[in-house]
Design a protein around this ligand. Structure first.
Ligand SMILES: Cc1ncc(COP(=O)(O)O)c(C=O)c1O
Length: 695
């Protein structure tokens, strides 16, 4: 939230009058009034910077703000944010039903309190709080408030120990990586604690190396904050190693330094994607953990959590006992009142998704992030995040694995893709500025930030995509197209030859396409282009329906490797050799049948049965849709096509379109531009070159 200044309306008007270029700025006084197109004249008279003397009708107020907020970006395409933007209908209903409840009113809303307490228990269990400890925690407005509370607990603990030892307790410091999110620095500054920033470099993956952190610790250190999921690149810092090194330090110096884990994003990814990874309360020195319910906890903005492993780690002086509204409350928060709805929404997710649901979403996010990473890595970019790189386990087992989606096969991290233009690209096209990609993506609706690296690495510009639940495989693919299209447009403004990358026969070209469309050996990724959604429907991991061609209606044989040139050993790194097969579907592809197959799961017996029974009907259906197609564009019977679209979107007209795609020469894995990415003839075709055109 920006710190807003009061606007002096009179001054604004005066400036407008005097400014040589702004004399036309409007009638007297109109500048500071809301302008709306509403026919209700009252709406046009609401002042902007002072409270109106008399209110305007509710409809007019709604319309005004509705219109004004239309200037905001589309949350679905906001890939800059870690914050969740979608919940199922039932959750929305629950939120609306509980919108007017204040969590702090225990007596009035006892059920909300019970739900809050159960959330704490579930999180304590998820984060492996030892059974012999009494975990304690609270909800917060977000991770920032949670970090303030975690830091304060560390400070209080240190002060008490110093006072007891008769030592100076006025000069506390706290240690964390220079990659820390601003919340950590805010804590230090707001609560008079010296922030000791451990420098990070590209060689430390832009995160704190625990060995380096040791040099910053002394007797005034209240703790080390370890980040599980760096905001810059998604890398995890090593909590276990930090704890071990601190054990060693204690042996040598007697200093007992605790750890707070900033798991704003990671504390809702690691337990599900990497259940055997040690980072939580099962690590000795971890005293407290924060997370954002509104990030990968999958709740809308406004919810964070902090837990301490044991109540002894939260000094009793910090806990307020409030005798209020007829009962005794214990609280340790910065804010008193707090909405109950986000907490209820969190419990909704816990119940609705369960461990398995959260895990499926985490795996899907990571898979989409890998797809994006590979496409970028194979083209003009260097990917700085690591979740697409095979881990030690991956290098040993990936090739023979049935399910290559297991996140343990890859380096651990958040589903985040951080990337920059490659050195080669920058040498070949020195006039291209990476920041332009951000601006140009914005014109297409995507919000992808470009920013300098953490302190001391600011000169490294980073573009970052946070792959959230709502970034479906479809959207991800479209994003790849747009990024490459924009990059190629920028290259095109140069006098340099475009052959290196944009030539369709170039190796990089083929590799980018291969990387974008295929995750070899994936049991759940169908390489046939099909719509994917972020539906949570059970059994439909990534809801898929045909997007482009009738060939996508057919089940994919499990042994089909597509594109064939991407060999099994390349399951994580794209094949860089030119791949002629990319431009053609596998010859063994089964015949097209208009049965919508959701996911590769349709390889089940029942799906095959339905398939066989429906065969004659589907043949007739094909004929019918072919008829509609012909009538829709080329004949006086074209009104029939509107009949097709009347019954439901995506019915006959969609099918006719689909059929027309299938009937075209399948030049680029069944997805010619004309039908999929707009009409590539005339003006539209000019901007679509090279990769962008093909993905
Ligand atoms: C690592 C980390 N810590 C803390 C925060 C602050 O979280 P919140 O927005 O919930 O206050 C963020 C936000 O992105 C983050 O990435």
């Amino acid at each position: 939230m920006s710190l807003s200044r009061h606007i002096n309306a009179d001054e604004v008007i005066e400036k407008c009058k005097e400014h040589p270029h702004r004399k036309h700025a409007g009638q007297e006084g109109r500048q500071t009034l809301h302008q709306s197109w509403s026919r209700d004249e009252d709406a046009a008279r609401a002042p902007k910077y002072t409270i109106p003397e008399f209110g305007i009708p509710s409809k007019a107020a709604y319309q005004l703000l509705h219109d004004e907020t239309a200037l905001d970006g589309n949350p679905l395409l906001n890939l800059a944010s870690f914050v969740h933007t979608w919940m199922p209908e039932e959750a929305n209903k629950l939120i609306m039903e509980n919108m007017n409840k204040n969590q702090v009113d225990l007596d009035e809303y006892p059920a909300a309190t019970i739900i809050h307490n159960r959330c704490i228990s579930m999180l304590a269990d998820l984060w492996k709080a030892p059974k012999d400890c009494k975990a304690i925690g609270t909800s917060t407005a977000g991770s920032s408030e949670a970090i303030m509370l975690g830091g304060l607990a560390l400070k209080k603990r240190w002060q008490e120990a110093r006072k007891a030892a008769g030592k100076d307790h006025y000069h506390p410091n706290i240690v964390f990586g220079s990659n820390a999110q601003v919340a950590l620095e805010k804590f230090a500054r707001y609560w008079d604690v010296e922030a000791r920033l451990v420098p990070v470099t590209e060689s430390t993956n832009f995160v704190m190396n625990p060995h380096d952190a040791l040099q910053f610790i002394d007797e005034n250190t209240i703790g080390v904050m370890v980040i599980l999921g760096s905001t810059y690149t998604g890398h995890f810092e090593d909590v276990q190693l930090m704890s071990d090194l601190l054990d060693d330090l204690e042996k040598r110096t007697g200093l007992d330094i605790p750890i707070h884990v900033d798991g704003a994003s990671g504390a809702f990814i690691a337990p599900f994607a990497y259940p055997n990874y040690k980072w939580a309360f099962d690590v000795k020195r971890v005293h407290s953990i924060n997370t954002s319910g509104h990030k990968f906890g999958l709740v809308y903005a406004g919810l964070g959590w902090i837990l301490w492993k044991d109540e002894s780690m939260l000094h009793k002086d910090l806990i307020f006992e409030l005798h209020y509204l007829g009962s005794v409350e214990y609280s340790f928060t910065l804010n008193f009142s707090k909405p109950a709805a986000p907490i209820i929404a969190q419990m909704y997710n816990f119940l609705n998704l369960g461990f398995d649901g959260y895990r499926r979403i985490a795996i899907k996010d990571l898979r989409n992030a890998r797809m994006l990473s590979r496409a970028l890595d194979a083209t003009y970019f260097t990917v700085l995040s690591n979740i697409h790189k095979p881990s030690e386990k991956g290098r040993a087992e990936l090739e023979s694995a049935e399910d290559t989606d297991d996140p343990e096969f890859y380096e651990r991290g958040l589903p985040v893709v951080s990337f920059r233009l490659s050195d080669k690209f920058m040498a070949d096209y020195p006039h291209v500025q990476q920041a332009w990609i951000q601006s140009m993506l914005r014109t297409k609706g995507w919000i992808v930030p470009n920013y300098g690296g953490p302190p001391t690495t600011e000169s490294t510009q980073i573009l970052r995509v946070v792959v959230r639940e709502t970034l479906s495989e479809d959207l991800c693919e479209r994003l790849i197209v747009d990024i490459l299209e924009i990059t190629e447009a920028l290259m095109g403004t140069s006098a340099y030859s475009r052959l290196t990358f944009a030539d369709p026969s170039s190796p990089a070209h083929a590799a980018g396409v291969a990387a974008a469309v295929a995750l070899p050996h994936s049991t759940t990724f169908s390489p046939v282009p099909s719509h994917s959604s972020y539906s949570r429907a059970h059994g439909v991991d990534v809801g898929r329906a045909s997007a482009f061609s009738s060939s996508s209606f057919a089940p994919i044989p499990s042994d089909t490797s597509y594109p064939p040139s991407v060999s099994s050993s390349d399951s994580s790194t794209p094949h860089l050799a030119a791949s002629p097969a990319v431009s053609a579907p596998p010859s063994s592809a089964p015949p097209s049948l208009p049965i919508v197959v959701l996911e590769g799961h349709a390889r089940t017996f029942s799906a095959r049965l339905i398939h066989t029974i429906l065969l004659p009907f589907t043949f007739i259906f094909h004929l019918f849709t072919a008829f509609l197609y012909l009538t829709s564009f080329h004949s006086p019977f074209s009104f029939l096509s509107s009949f097709g679209s009347f019954s439901q979107p995506g019915s006959a007209v969609m099918l006719s379109k689909t059929l027309s795609v299938a009937n075209q020469p399948d030049k680029e894995h069944g997805r010619p531009d004309k039908n999929n990415f707009g009409d590539a003839t005339g003006e539209d075709a000019k901007g679509q070159t090279g990769f962008a055109r093909q993905c």
